[in-house]
Ligand binder design. Structure first.
Ligand SMILES: [Fe+2]
Ligand SMILES: [Fe+2]
Length: 181
């Protein structure tokens, strides 16, 4: 087990959503209709799973643990990742606004643009974490892997309790979205 195992598992699920969003964007570009329920599920996942649960685990558990190990908060990879989480939130909010417009009027141009920006930003963010930050974290925290993972699991449970859904719910949601494509 590595210290970042639980977070890498989240990334694998988020990447499945990214692939569903790519298909949604392509279908919209080809003039196909996307059901409201699919768009609302994608938004639910982005807000609750990605922003609240996954970013919460990084910001409230992993990053402070890395700071304690001497990684500076300012001017380094942690500051960069925090900034990118803010951008992720803004891009998700743009998708929410343009989804409302799409549902009300069928106008898809803005939604396609927002989905494409979101897909590009989140894909890059995940690959930076997987290939750089998490590699450093696995080395720095290799003497406390169980403790780090236990803390992440506890925080994840707290987040899901607040959201009122479970990890299994979001795993099924992803499977459904991919089936419906
Ligand atoms: Fe992140
Ligand atoms: Fe992440």
């Amino acid at each position: 087990m590595s210290a970042t195992e639980s977070l890498r598992r989240d990334h694998a699920l988020i990447e499945k959503m990214i692939s569903a969003l790519k298909t949604i964007s392509l279908l919209l570009k080809n003039g196909k209709q996307i059901p409201d329920s699919i768009l609302n599920q994608a938004i639910d996942f982005s807000i609750n799973f990605t922003n609240t649960c996954h970013h919460g685990k990084e910001e409230e558990s992993l990053f402070p643990t890395l700071e304690k190990k001497g990684m500076p908060r300012e001017g380094g990879p942690i500051a960069r990742m925090l900034y990118e989480h803010e951008i992720t939130k803004e891009l998700a909010n743009s998708i929410i606004s343009s989804t409302k417009i799409y549902i009300a009027s069928g106008e898809q141009a803005e939604l396609v643009k927002n989905i494409d920006e979101y897909v590009q930003h989140v894909s890059l963010h995940i690959s930076k974490e997987n290939q750089r930050l998490f590699v450093m974290a696995d080395m720095l925290l290799n003497d406390q892997e169980t403790l780090v993972n236990d803390n992440l699991t506890r925080l994840e449970k707290e987040k899901f309790d607040k959201i009122g859904n479970s990890r299994e719910y979001y795993e099924k949601l992803i499977d459904n979205i991919n089936l419906n494509e």
